[in-house]
Write a protein that binds this ligand. Structure first.
Ligand SMILES: *Cc1c(COP(=O)(O)O)cnc(C)c1O
Length: 219
């Protein structure tokens, strides 16, 4: 199937009020153009330098989502144009985003990444850690960051119940933070090719889908 047909199929399984981020990491610019020409506007990359390289070669109205773990020294490459940073997982990173956003005279939408999977390899705050950081810092008052919600990745497993439990956990964390931040905090980024249907059932507002649209990645 073509990229266009794949996109169509994924869209049929979501609803119009869910943002579909087409994850184009490792894929050539020509694939992104094909998706763009089929009406796709939101794209996701997980490496700052790859994103920095692709962005000028592609239409200006693309909304670029930085979905991967970020090293602080890479924030400057994407701060001028990035639409949303999904994986804020430390106060230090938030402070660097604040600095680079201010330099570019922008307010950048960000999500707080939480560690919800059993695997120890996935990044993110634990719930306790986050509330500690929130108490002890001005994390949520950084002027050039608008915290819009949370992001998480489920364990890579066939066990659908486990995936569902992990997404439910992220939704609970979201609800708890929303009580403190208020109405502008309204996004839950969860669900990838293998689990976006479960994520939607559990309240996702943003899904990040790569291989189901662009095909398998060869690294
Ligand atoms: C690669 C990636 C995705 C998309 O993964 P697929 O399984 O190809 O849909 C989603 N989120 C993050 C953070 C990723 O790195």
């Amino acid at each position: 199937m073509s990229i266009k047909e794949n996109l169509q199929k994924v869209k049929e399984e979501t609803s119009p009020n869910i943002t579909l981020v087409a994850v184009s990491k490792t894929k050539p610019v020509s694939d992104i153009i094909e998706a763009y020409d089929a009406g796709q506007i939101d794209f996701g990359e997980n490496k700052a330098q790859e994103l920095q390289k692709k962005q000028p070669e592609l239409p200006d109205d693309i909304r670029w989502h930085m979905i991967g773990h970020m090293q602080r020294n890479k924030v400057k490459y994407i701060a001028p144009f990035v639409h949303m940073i999904h994986a804020v997982d430390s106060y230090k990173l938030a402070k660097e985003i604040q600095k680079q956003a201010a330099k570019n005279d922008r307010v950048i939408d960000c999500l707080l990444q939480f560690h919800i999977a059993e695997e120890s390899t996935k990044f993110g705050f634990s719930k306790d850690e986050f509330f500690e950081v929130m108490k002890e810092s001005n994390l949520l008052e950084l002027k050039n960051i608008r915290f819009r919600g949370v992001m998480g990745m489920a364990t890579f497993t066939e066990d659908q119940d486990q995936i569902r439990r992990e997404f439910k956990h992220l939704k609970q964390i979201f609800d708890q933070i929303k009580d403190q931040i208020g109405p502008g905090f309204d996004q839950i980024s969860m669900g990838m090719s293998q689990d976006y249907k479960i994520a939607i059932e559990e309240g996702a507002t943003i899904i990040r889908v790569g291989s189901s649209i662009f095909g398998a990645r060869n690294y």
